[in-house]
Design a protein around this ligand. Sequence first.
Ligand code: BGC
Length: 727
Amino acid sequence: MKRIIQQLILTTSLLIVCTVNAQNVIKNDKAQEEKIRSLISQMSLQEKVSLLHANSKFYVPGNKRLGIPELALSDGPHGVRAEINRNNWAYAGWTNDSSTCFPPGTALAATWNPKLAYQRGIVLGEEARFRKKDILLGPGINIIRSPLCGRNFEYMSEDPFLISRMSVAYIKALQSKDVAASVKHWLANNQEEHRDSIDVSMSERALREIYLPGFKASITEGGAYTVMAAYNKFRGDWCSENEYLNREILRKELGFKGVLMTDWSAAHTTVKAALTGLDLEMGTDKNDYNEWYFANPLIKAVEEGKVPMAVVDEKVANVLRVMMNTKMFDEANREKGKMNTKEHQQAAYNDAAEAAVLLQNKGHLLPLNFNKIKSIAVIGDNATRKHCGGGLSSEIKTLYEITPLAAIQKKFGAAVKINFAQGYEKRSSFKEGNNSGQASSDKVDWKLIDEAVKVAKESEVVIIFGGLNHDFDTESSDKQNMDLPYGQDILIQEVAKANPNTVVVIIAGSPVKLSGIDHRVPAILWSWFGGMEAGNAVADLLSGKINPSGKLPFTLPVSLDQSPAHALGNFPGRNLRVNYEEDILVGYRWFDTKKIVPEFPFGFGLSYTDFTISNFVTNKTNYNKGETIVAKCTVKNIGSRYGAEVVQLYASDPVCSVLRPEKELKAFEKVFLQPGETKTIELTIKVADLAFYDEAKKAWNVEPGDFILQLGNSSRNILKTVKISVQ
Ligand code: BGC
């Protein structure tokens, strides 16, 4: 009951905050713009240029004479990164920079709860301000195109609509605390392999329908103050100097008035980058900051007439506008911040608790009744491994991190005998900063397996904590395959033979192959990298104190070759070029259209209770193009436990002049219900959002005719459809 009340308080207060900040786009009113112009008019060219490049790893100098403060940036998406030395990458050794560590991006998306993204944004904003940061380098919202991308764990989903809902909420909340978001990586940074040299090409339709919407929503709805240009090239030009992306789309179409910065060391030229709209150069690998592209070379380019002064002024104005929007000139009224409060830690717990996805639960093995069980075996390296400190730029020095074994011991150790065995060893050639970790099932350690089998035999129930770690889910390299590393398939097989009451908990941030284990064990719970509260959340999920309510934010293929980029052989590209031939058929759009049955579909996740979804109706059956479809349905908890169901509304256009995916997510809502409780919910879709991007017309197009609305609780469990017509 206490938890329900907490949830209600949280939901109500967040709703209020959400409404208040509904128009949280970057301000550029007359008074502010005049102030900006006045400041610029007092600056020399040198002073202007000094605001357009860093003078250390994460700081841009201010201007004492004009009262312009220094700009402080920090990683990263799921926690404020510890302080790094100004002039090298070593940590500064501060004692007040242990921050709250949230579960990374895929876990956040798996909650399907934008209110949690909002809550996360608030915490990150407060902690960033406590550390006196002005820009937080997140959220990372690149599309999960391949199961192998090393940074999938930081990103959110294969679906642009789900990404947009989470990203907008995160950004609004973060910026309400006077910290600028930096939505990254603009654009098509969907692999780590050759990220700094690969040239990505895709159709205009794929760009508009898949890769752009998350950024568009983040900027036009979320009001993101800054954007980080990706390392890669897009259609032949570096993203940091791409006329089409940066001038045409970002500035003209999306009306972006904030700062476009490089990723760290992603600047390549002075004149081209300046003219195509880049504002801020970060991370360039030259010790003398004056030699950076946007330092002395920019001054020279202006003097030689290659870059007009107006272009420099535009950039300085963008920087000053972000400073004003984050109240950098108004410190007295600025958010003061707090660090690692109980509320912050609770927010991290809530995310981990709501993110876990129950994939399989044969014979209702879960939840485990720890009041009755006398002994359990806890097996696996991930039972004791801490993950917050890994992954490279998103790594976090957390105040604490509770491992699964520690939490199980603390919560149940007094009554239940806990038999631990390591099961497998984290062995790879991986070195921090240079990942060459290889998943290989031939690294079977029979000594560890024998120990595991022994404890499995001695225990009533077994929980294996397996999956990946940040040798695999990491920035700067991709996974080599989708296998469970370190011989885990064999470990699980042998343990399950010894004790059939085996639960597998997968700790990972990107798809792994489960087809080797799904038939061997009755229960599989995917609990992601769970942040600082990982162990507490997973223990509460296993015991049933928390009912799993997460849904997969990506498709889990049976094998890699099912996945579109791999089926077509265009990952990670050839000769430093990659062409996204699968086009708009990314993730479930591919699986459903091509009728390929995955291991577990997008949007899938079980619960310890059961729900019915019924009475699906729309307000009308015939619509005009400017109208909004209002759909209603009733959700009932017909089981005996409190829980949440995610109602998902997909749309399809069965007769169209171009190929349309079998279905596309258009609306969703997470509904929390007491046993026996019923709620009627409303989902809305703008008719305009049923459009495809028409390359011939260079515009969005809703062709008149019938559309099918498909309502379900996963992309592959459609419970009811309604046909509507558009004139
Ligand atoms: C990453 C960015 C990160 C930056 C600063 C780069 O390597 O791609 O996401 O924000 O480093 O650490």
